[in-house]
Design a protein around this ligand. Structure first.
Ligand code: KG4
Ligand code: ZN
Length: 329
C-alpha cells in the first residue's frame, strides 16, 4: 500500500510517500520566515503551507515517479497543532481524496511521532515508554498495546524545546535555538547551575527554568555564553531524565523511545542511555530526519490506522488539542 502523508501542524510543510516501512520520499520545508520574529507566527505558517503544498506534492510525484493514480491512501495530521496550519494540510488532503477517490485518513500528530520510532526500529513493539519532546510538546506516553496509549504526564506550561529556544533567543542565537545551544554547550568550561524543575508526579514544567536562566543572563552578563548553554541543557534534560526514571520504575518497562526535535540532542541521548544502563532499559531513537516534524511518520501512522479502522470521514475537523489515548489515573 502506498500512502501519501501530509503534515502541516506547525512551521514545517511536509509531504511524504511511504510503502510499508519504506520511505519513498520525505520532503520537509522549514519556514525560514519565523526566524525574523524569534518564534512561530501562526498566520505566516498558514500562508506558507498554502503556498508550498502543491509544488511539494508535484516534486514528490516527480522524484518518485509515482503518480496519484498509484497512491492508495492520503493521510494528514488533524491535531494537535496550530489550528490554521493544520487546516491547510487537512483541506489539501481532503481535496485530493475528494477529487481522485483515494481513501483519506486523519492522523494524530503524536501517534505520528511514535510511528517515527517504529519506522526506524521495525522490531519495536509495545509496551514501551515514549518521551515526545519538541518545541510544541513535552509528553510521556505509555504505548501499552498496539493503538492503545496512556498519557502519563505532560508539560504544565512551556515545552522543553520552547524554553531552550526562548533562552537561546535571549542569548542572540536566533530561532530555533536548540541546535545552536547544543553546539555552543560543547565549548563550556564551568556550566552554570540552574534549578531543576520538580512539579508533581510525571508532569513537566519549564517556565521556571526559563525565568531562572533569563535572570541569570541579566545578572551575569560576563559569564561565557557556552557555560550558560551547557547549564541550561543540564537542567532541562535532567528534568526529562528524572521523569523517565520515575515512569519506567512505576510501570516496570524495559524499552524507552524518544522522539520530536529535541530527541536529536546528543547530550539528552547520552543522559538517557546512561540511565538505561543503570536501570535496565533499551533506548530507541528515530533516524535524525524522523525526529523533527515530517510527513513520513504521518503516512505510516495513517496506514496503520487505516488498516485497523478504515477511512476517516471527509468532514472530520482539525483540533489544536488532541490527546492521544487516556490520561493515567
Ligand atoms: O519536532 P519539531 O520539528 O517541531 C515541533 O516543535 O513540534 O521540533 C523542533 C524543536 C525546536 O524547539 C528545536 O530547537 C528543537 O526541536 N531541536 C533541538 C535540536 N534540534 C532541534 N533541541 C536541542 N538540540 C537539538 N539538536
Ligand atoms: Zn511534532
Amino acid at each position: 500500500m502506498i500512502t501519501l502523508g501530509i503534515d502541516t501542524s506547525c512551521d514545517d510543510t511536509s509531504i511524504a510517500l511511504v510503502s510499508g516501512h519504506d520511505i519513498l520520499c520525505n520532503l520537509v520545508s522549514s519556514h525560514l520566515i519565523h526566524s525574523d520574529y524569534g518564534g512561530v507566527v501562526p498566520e505566516f505558517a498558514s500562508r506558507t503551507h498554502t503556498r508550498l503544498l502543491y509544488p511539494m506534492l508535484r516534486l514528490a510525484v516527480k522524484t518518485t515517479g509515482i503518480p496519484l493514480s498509484k497512491i492508495d491512501l492520503v493521510a494528514a495530521t488533524n491535531g494537535p497543532g496550530l489550528l490554521g496550519a493544520l487546516l491547510c494540510g487537512l483541506a489539501f488532503a481532503k481535496g485530493i481524496a475528494q477529487g481522485t477517490g483515494i481513501s483519506f485518513r486523519a492522523v494524530n500528530h503524536m501517534e505520528g511521532h511514535i510511528m517515527s520510532l517504529r519506522l526506524s526500529h521495525p522490531s519495536l513493539r509495545p509496551p514501551f515508554l515514549a518521551l515526545l519532546v519538541s518545541g510544541g510538546h513535552t509528553e510521556l506516553i505509555l504505548a501499552e498495546k498496539e493503538f492503545s496509549y496512556i498519557e502519563l504526564g505532560s508539560t504544565l506550561d512551556d515545552a522543553c524545546g520552547e524554553a531552550i529556544d526562548k533562552v537561546g533567543k535571549l542569548m542572540g542565537l536566533g530561532y530555533p535555538a536548540g541546535p545552536r545551544v547544543e553546539k555552543l554547550a560543547l565549548k563550556a568550561n564551568i556550566p552554570i547551575k540552574l534549578p531543576r524543575p520538580n512539579p508533581r508526579d510525571l508532569e513537566f514544567s519549564y517556565s521556571g527554568l526559563k525565568t531562572a536562566a533569563r535572570n541569570y543572563l541579566a545578572a551575569h552578563p560576563e559569564t561565557p555564553k557556552a557555560d550558560v548553554a551547557a547549564g541550561l541543557q543540564e537542567a532541562a534534560f535532567d528534568h526529562l531524565r528524572d521523569r523517565v526514571k520515575r515512569a519506567i520504575q512505576a510501570y516496570k518497562l524495559t524499552k524507552v523511545g524518544i522522539a520530536g526535535g529535541v530527541a536529536r540532542n546528543m547530550t539528552l541521548r547520552r543522559k538517557l542511555k546512561e540511565l538505561g544502563k543503570i536501570t535496565g532499559f533499551d533506548l530507541y531513537v528515530p533516524r535524525d530526519e524522523l525526529c523533527t516534524d515530517n510527513a513520513a511518520m504521518v503516512a505510516s501512522a495513517g496506514a496503520a490506522r487505516f488498516t485497523k479502522e478504515g477511512a476517516s470521514a471527509l468532514d472530520c475537523g482539525a483540533f489544536d488539542r488532541a490527546p492521544l489515548g487516556v490520561r493515567a489515573a
